[in-house]
Design a protein around this ligand. Structure first.
Ligand SMILES: [Zn+2]
Ligand SMILES: [Zn+2]
Length: 236
């Protein structure tokens, strides 16, 4: 299974990743990807740029090395009501917006509060998807959350980095995938690469999808055409 678009990648701008946007695009081109989402962290992660950084995206090309660049962000959820660390005036400039819980910013408040946090964030009209919802550092009521994502017509992320580096993430990811099948929710499969060599690399995610017999028609980034029609449908 090949995903034509990688929906979550970082650059040196995040402050703790190793490659530039040019290097990520070159790596993507080399392995035949058609698009990548640039999704550096929001400013609550200590090393990340301020939110006005997003206003500079307007100066950058839509294609680099033949690879389409979707200008996005991995916004931080900063409280249990789902508040975000990027102001709406910048969120509205993004092609694709990921919101995530990160332990540098917010720790688990237990199932009710963690669920409220992701429910609040996914209900922000500019947010498309919650980053690595399988992160076992939080306790999300997946049935409630996935049903809400279904109602909103948004996406669930399957994040390679989380599967590879977080103990317990795989079990949670399977729960999410099963609920996506049940409620007909589309997923976005991403590398969450922090170095160009990992752009487009989703081996654990691919194995999991195959083992789960996950319907390919629910993978929003399987083809660029499909991802582009999602992006067109979310035009704010
Ligand atoms: Zn993250
Ligand atoms: Zn990330």
């Amino acid at each position: 299974m090949r995903f034509e678009v990688d929906t979550h990648t970082h650059t040196v701008l995040s402050g703790h990743a190793q490659s530039t946007l040019l290097e990520n695009a070159a790596a993507a081109s080399e392995i035949g990807l058609k698009g990548i989402v640039l999704s550096d962290h929001g400013p609550s992660i200590q090393s990340a740029p301020p939110d006005f950084n997003i206003s500079t995206f307007a100066y950058f090309p839509k294609y680099i090395h033949g690879v389409k660049i979707y200008y996005g962000c991995e916004v931080n959820i900063t409280d249990y009501s789902g508040s975000l660390d990027i102001r709406d005036k910048y969120l509205q400039m993004l092609d694709y917006a990921i919101a995530g819980l990160h332990s540098f910013v917010i720790t688990s408040g237990g199932r009710a509060k963690d669920t409220d946090a992701v429910m609040g964030a996914i209900n922000n009209k500019y947010i498309d998807v919650i980053a690595h919802p399988d992160n076992p550092s939080y306790d999300i009521d997946y049935e409630v959350f996935v049903k809400e994502v279904a109602r909103l017509g948004k996406l669930i992320e399957l994040n390679e980095h989380s599967l590879d580096y977080r103990d317990g993430a795989a079990e949670n990811a399977v729960l999410c995938l099963d609920l996506c099948k049940k409620h007909d929710v589309r997923i976005a499969v991403s590398s969450d690469a922090h170095i160009s060599l990992n752009v487009g690399v989703c081996n654990s995610a691919t194995k999991m999808l195959e083992a789960n017999n996950f319907p390919s028609e629910l993978i929003v980034n399987l083809t660029q055409e499909r991802f582009d029609s999602y992006i067109a449908s979310r035009a704010k």
